[in-house]
Write a protein that binds this ligand. Sequence first.
Ligand SMILES: [Zn+2]
Length: 319
Amino acid sequence: MLKYTVLLLYLLTTSLSLLQANAHIFVYHRFGDTRHPSTNTSLKELQKEFNYFKNRGYKVVKLETLINAIKEDKEIPDNWVVLTIDDNFKSFYKRGFPIFKKFGYPFTVFLYLKATEEGYRDYTSFKQLREISKYGTLEYHSYAHGHMANMSEEKIRKDFDRGLAIFKKELGVKPKYFVYPYGEYNPLLERITKEYGFEAVLNQNMGAVSKGTDIFDIDRCALVGKPKLKTYLGFKELHNVEIIEPTSYPKSGVLTRVKAKVDKNAKKAFVYIRGHGWRAVKVKDGIIDYKTSKKIKGKRMKIGIQVGMKVKVKVFMGE
Ligand SMILES: [Zn+2]
């Protein structure tokens, strides 16, 4: 009898975890460029990651395929992976791009247009971008790559107007997707982004994509250096988490409490504070109440909650 109960429990948990399948979107920046270790992926590492996808049954699909599946409210296959590249660096064109072509993997590059328009040394030209667009998709990352969550409405609109006009003029199309420079956003920027008619918006928060993902707040994990690829691929999206505290970036610059509502059956969770890593916390009656004293580094505060392998990270911007 015990044996059958165990088997039944096993089947139940397995099928429950299968209920929510999750795809993963990754973001790269520079390739084979040791001058910038915090945004670089070596070519050896890139091939290792691509071989991992290939040998472990992952299917690299177009960003559009995943976004359309979310829009149609379809189940998202667990083995889907989407590859994105931010910032149109020359190192992608010169070193990363040939490896993407070799594996035949689709990709999307999010463009920082001023860098190309003004011919910055580290960035691709429009001619190179047009060549790239035969193999992958080009989307929008801003005109001037500013800290848009700290800009006035007028300045934000100016940046969009200028960047989108250049995109259309040089590349002949209107972009459909947008990623926030530095992964920084606030309600004002979110609202303006929607007004400009983007179909989907991606952030740079660790996490996963599943049925019910907010199409205007799609998570991406950054792959730089020697990333924890297997951990990232194991992440599932934590739905229905409510962060009760903090509600905003602390004026004192010190975070004193993280309070959140999660699944009432959860016993244990992890809290992430950007710059301070993850910490195990107790859950009582579905409530996490973690008291601390953490100095926030910079204007971008990120708070993450993890229950099992389910993760959700939120961004709070300082002024
Ligand atoms: Zn960027």
